[in-house]
Design a protein around this ligand. Structure first.
Ligand SMILES: Nc1nc2c(c(=O)[nH]1)N[C@H]1C(S)=C(S)[C@@H](COP(=O)(O)O)O[C@H]1N2
Ligand SMILES: [Mo]
Length: 210
């Protein structure tokens, strides 16, 4: 990771934390403070790991009855979920109508069977990035582990072979190059959540910084 880049982004997060927030949750398609783009910017920590599908695995464990490690062929044999959603980045760009294909999070949850104690999910990626979400947010009907975008295999720069997409939260809540999902009975903060970003990350509340 590029330390200077991370330090600069932390300074920016601290400065922006002073900005006023709206009272309620907006119902507009475009969340407050966002603008629509039609390109797909790339954001990372200065590394874009190369992960061949031959050696790709997704380990899902923690507070579950049936921990698994899926290889690429097994992952791709799971039911395909296709969904179109809007994508909101905390750096103020949004792109509408992102068409993703992959495996629905609820398909993976059905496979591993979360214990009653599971309340949160923690994510690890191949570049060292981590993030965390509440389990109920992950069980929304538009959440998936995507392997394709607009009909093409997800490119390396956008997190291929597979990335997490949680459309109703700011995009940092979805790990690119995802390799591990850990179901937890408590919340553990991820990379940006430890560095001043909001843990709840609701775009319609302008909920950017803690
Ligand atoms: N592994 C990993 N996932 C990540 C990031 C990262 O640096 N590493 N950045 C996050 C952030 S801050 C954003 S805005 C989105 C950007 O996705 P994109 O590069 O495809 O636009 O990925 C998120 N997931
Ligand atoms: Mo971001």
């Amino acid at each position: 990771m590029k330390e200077s880049y991370i330090a600069a982004k932390e300074r920016w997060a601290r400065k922006m934390a002073g900005a006023a927030k709206p009272e309620g949750r907006s119902t507009d398609r475009l969340p407050p403070g966002q603008h629509v783009v039609d390109n797909f910017p790339v954001l990372d920590l200065g590394v874009q790991p190369e992960v061949p599908t031959e050696s790709w695995t997704l380990r899902i464990h923690g507070q579950v009855e049936n921990p698994v490690t899926l290889n690429w062929n097994v992952f791709r044999a799971l039911p395909v979920f296709e969904d179109t959603s809007d994508f909101h980045c905390v750096t103020t760009w949004s792109q509408y109508d992102m068409r993703w294909e992959g495996v629905a999070f609820f398909t993976l949850a059905d496979l591993v069977r979360p214990k009653a104690s599971a309340t949160h999910v923690f994510f690890r990626a191949h570049d060292g990035y981590t993030t965390n979400n509440r389990l109920d947010a992950m069980l929304d009907d538009d959440v998936l582990i995507a392997h394709s975008w607009k009909g093409q295999p997800l490119s390396r720069e956008h997190g291929g072979p597979a990335r997490v997409v949680v459309p109703k939260l700011y995009a940092w809540k979805g790990a690119k190059w995802v390799k591990e999902l850990i179901f937890l009975d408590r919340d553990i903060l991820g990379f940006w959540e430890l560095r001043g970003y909001s843990n709840t990350a609701d775009p319609w509340r302008d909920d950017r910084f803690a």
